[in-house]
Write a protein that binds this ligand. Sequence first.
Ligand code: PMT
Length: 397
Amino acid sequence: MLENKTVLLGVTGGIAAYKAVEIASRLRKQGAIVKTIMTASAQELVQPRLFQEITGNPVSTSMWAEIPNLQTKHIALAQEADCLLIAPATANIIGKIASGIADDMLSTTVVALPDTTPRYIAPAMNTQMYKNKVVQENLRRLKDLGWHIITPATGRLACGAEGLGRLPEPVDIVNVLQDMEETREADLQGKKVLVTAGGTREAIDPVRYIGNHSSGKMGYALAKAAQLRGAEVVLVTAPTNLPVPHGVEVVAIETAEELRQAVLKYYPEQDIVVMAAAVADYRVKVQSDKKIKKDAEELQLTLVKNTDILRELGEKKTKQILVGFAAETHNLTAYAKEKLQKKNLDFIVANDVTKPGAGFGSDTNIVQIIRPEAVQNIPKMSKEALADLIFDEIAKI
Ligand code: PMT
């Protein structure tokens, strides 16, 4: 929630500085108190007065300009901030922050910011500059220092080229802030969580595959929930149309075997693994390397069984809390209990995928959480709320 939170908005001299006006406006609409600090270069691009009008607050433009009601300006601003957002952030400000340089109002405020104040930075620049090794090293340093880096988008840049480096849309930046600032317990701080999502694809030939109806919504909601609760999250995902949750490491896979390889690679160091992906149980024995022509009236494909990845994880389990899903169309509880036991899980989340509002593609789910000793019926709720509830259950373990 950004209501009544003081957000310091640092605006630096990138062409995208004009988008910061919309960011300020959106933050205001969320109820935030927005205090803007503009670098000298930013003022060459956008008039400070515009931010003053939009935010209803004086804009800080220099270490030496008068700001009403503030004595030691940079210290006072730093101390009253609930969070700091720098958008757009040039290579220059990123370099200054990484090196501890404090030579203007914004960089000095950053140095004066209490360690516990959340800080976000949205780099925006030409692709070559963004990929520059020093810039990347500086961003890594910022990440290590606790900054949330809002990854730039790909698209048309001010220099006319297409590429990585665009400032994400203001609505997306404000959403990141809103999600992160939501009151939450950071009960997964220091924990490593791996989530799988989406439906795997098993190729038949270069144009066809065996797939399923998973949209990835359940898995992505879980990854986002874990990240918001402070965990370091790896999301192993089959193809989906969903945006990548902020701050999550994403590993893209297609087949069950690729999912298996990715999960096994990360498994030893994980504290929690939640398998929400819909994994193909069978793959085509011999894939055709050319498109199969439709001459024959009947076509037979021989399928061979894929490894049961979750069962393998259950066998290899050391310290991990292991949570599976069961997608059933009948005998929900009985089949799910069987999977719970066979796969050596801490609990299983069983959904009857034939129920409206449950299972594949929907924004909601209706599940049973099944442990060896108890079955808990969970009423219909959003996948986001369910994801949080699943982590509440995990936290109890
Ligand atoms: O993605 P959405 O559209 O939001 O839909 C959500 C969902 C319906 C996909 C999700 O809620 C769900 O039920 N996921 C599990 C789907 C599934 O594969 O269920 P299963 O009963 O076939 O498998 C049981 C468990 O074993 C699952 O955790 C699965 O990830 C895992 N498994 C399955 C097969 C296999 N070869 N290896 C596995 O590890």
